[in-house]
Design a protein around this ligand. Structure first.
Ligand code: IMP
Length: 180
């Protein structure tokens, strides 16, 4: 087990780069199958999903488009609950098969606040894919169609996810140490 330090906290390895990549390939295969003959629009939620979205997209063999939007800033170790659209949605979603790409769904609040805006544009279909899901932390239940890993309600970093700005570059996912 590798332990790293980010700011004042220590984190232990949780999911290896290999396990993550295997899962990404598996999820892309499901999407390739489910969207055969269609041209879905993937909407990746910044910042955290950039790495997952890039890896997932590399393994898509269907015709697919992607755009990136920013909905929320997550500061420190608690969700702020403030949803801010800093980078807007420049695609018309009417009649499109939309796939939201998240790095992690924690309480569900971020997506919950965004869904009405999405539905307002009347996409033909709408699905959510997330690499990580803290199922036991759910406050706002969401229809999540593709989940990579269901994880305990513990703070994680790496593979796009940060702790106060650090850790996004890590290839692995780390979990807050028990004694941190
Ligand atoms: P939710 O709105 O509570 O579902 O939180 C979603 C957002 O909070 C994610 O997109 C992340 O940016 C952030 N987040 C939630 N849990 C973690 C974590 O364990 N590590 C890093 N960021 C997290």
């Amino acid at each position: 087990m590798t332990t790293i330090k980010l700011h004042d906290k220590t984190f232990d390895t949780y999911l290896s780069a290999e396990i993550i990549q295997e899962k990404v390939i598996e999820m892309a295969a499901s999407l390739n199958n489910d969207y055969k003959g269609k041209r879905p629009l993937f909407i990746a939620i910044l910042n955290g999903s950039f790495m997952f979205a890039a890896d997932l997209f590399k393994h898509l063999t269907i015709d697919a488009e992607i755009c990136f939007i920013k909905l929320a800033s997550y500061r420190g170790m608690k969700s702020t609950g403030h949803v801010i659209t800093a980078i807007g949605l420049d695609h018309d979603l009417f009649g499109r098969d939309v796939v939201i790409v998240e790095d992690i769904v924690d309480t569900g609040k971020t997506l919950h606040n965004f869904l009405p805006q999405l539905h307002h544009q009347q996409p033909a279909s709408f699905k959510i894919v997330t690499l990580l899901h803290k199922a036991e932390a759910t406050v706002f239940p969401l229809p999540i169609d593709y989940v990579g890993f269901i994880i305990p309600d513990k703070f994680v970093v790496g593979y796009g996810l940060d702790y106060d700005g650090l850790g996004r570059n890590l290839k692995e996912i780390y979990q807050l140490s028990a004694n941190a």
